[in-house]
Design a protein around this ligand. Sequence first.
Ligand code: NAD
Length: 267
Amino acid sequence: MASGDRVAIITGGANGIGKACARRLSEDGCRVVIADIDTAAGTALASELGGERGRALFVPCDVSDRLSVSNLLAETRSAFDRLDILVNNAGIVARGDILELSEADFDRVIGVNLRGAFLVARACAKQMVEQIEDSSERADDARRRYAIINMSSVNGIMAIPDQLAYCTSKGALNQLTKSMALALAKYGIRVNAIGPGSINTDVLKAVNDDKAAMDKMLSRTPMHRIGDPDEIASVASFLASKDSSYITGTTIYADGGRLALNYIVPT
Ligand code: NAD
């Protein structure tokens, strides 16, 4: 099967980093499934990427809901009959440290960023394993086409006090990445994560409008600029490609040098 026939699901694919990943994988020749709770933006992107020509599909999906995730896989099978790549990208933020964060906000962030990532990854991994076992694909061929990419963060390593739930979810996502990589290596399914630094999406809107907050963010970014979503999409493209065929169980940080700085965040 030609690499142009690869099928990719991108969760949270309607906006921001996920949208850039959907565009980039589409340019790489993949058929893309955009899974998101934002129906208007998801439908528009699927249309832009060739929905009418069978090159793209939008599926409304809340990753924190198991039935919604089952429906995502069913719709993908029905439209494209296979799955090769998952970009497990949907994520949300809530402010609050250990003294102030509500139980509801903790559950909401963990529900999307961690439980949601687990539900989608599990469903996609089962679909991939079923394809591998049903087909005559040799392990070598499989190794070059199946990839799961979790969208982590520098906050998987670097803690920020008032983002307790977010940091916790991303730290756990790094371990989910490693555990999955170990379990799926024998099938040739590679599992990696990307750890972005500060990237220019809606998540940064509040910072963009606040000079002091922006200065603080830039002061802890050695490249002294905010990243572009395309600079994360290119890492996803690499991790989904044959060029990364010996890489599994790792997180690649695209952070303008932030983690190298080992900066202590002022409170
Ligand atoms: P964004 O808010 O621009 O986009 C997130 C997308 O996820 C939206 O389309 C939203 O509708 C969707 N979404 C939210 N909840 C969902 C759910 N329950 N089910 C399905 N879709 C849902 O955010 P972004 O900045 O593009 O972030 C994408 C990922 O990158 C997240 O996992 C985030 O934690 C991570 N990340 C972002 C940055 C950054 O600076 N922007 C830095 C590090 C990591």
